[in-house]
Ligand binder design. Structure first.
Ligand SMILES: [Zn+2]
Length: 187
């Protein structure tokens, strides 16, 4: 039984890799694919990367944050600012790896969760489980869902429901709030 499941997994993976247009990251077809991406996110973490867990919260004073972050990072992470569309080099980042919080280093997304939304902000259709908390905010009278790092409370962006299937989520993230860790050694 176990062996059969394992074989099915291999076959599913092979089919997935064979999909046309797969360049680095594929668009998962089912909720099961999403579950697998979330469960196996550490496969994209560089072997030598040391990352914190949500169980070790990081609380700093305003002054400490100012020292730790540059101006643009501080504006987004600590003041809920928004970077100019198209300004982040991470829009074009195609390498395999993990996107961590620029404030505290907590892993938030993997390269396999990223897609090209055309908005000018790095966009993801799902997240590493437990990475974020959300809150409703009011913007031009219409509510939208703000999300922030569960470990340091840093603001990252907003999540919308116009993403690709099967999640239909678009996690619209400020690139300046992210730190990309390429998965070195295994590419
Ligand atoms: Zn953080």
């Amino acid at each position: 039984m176990q062996r059969r499941r394992w074989l099915q997994g291999i076959l599913a993976l092979a089919a997935w890799n064979a999909l046309p247009g797969r360049a680095g990251a594929a668009q998962p077809a089912s909720a099961k694919d999403i579950e697998a991406l979330q469960k196996n996110w550490k496969a994209l973490l560089a072997a030598d990367a040391k990352v914190p867990t949500p169980a070790e919260p990081l609380k700093l004073s305003k002054e400490e944050w100012r020292k730790r972050l540059d101006k643009a990072q501080y504006n987004v992470l600590r003041e809920e600012g928004t970077e100019r569309a198209g300004s982040s080099p991470l829009n074009n980042e195609k390498r395999a790896g993990v996107y961590a919080c620029a404030g505290c280093g907590l892993p938030l997304f993997t390269s396999d969760m990223k897609y090209e939304s055309g908005t000018g902000w790095p966009s993801f259709f799902t997240t590493i489980p437990g990475a974020f908390a959300t809150k409703e905010d009011r913007y031009l009278f219409s509510p939208r869902t703000e999300y922030h790092c569960i470990r340091c409370g840093g603001h990252h962006g907003h999540v919308f429901d116009d993403g690709p299937p099967p999640t239909r989520q678009r996690w619209c993230n400020n690139g300046v709030a992210l730190k990309f860790i390429p998965r070195t050694g295994k590419t």
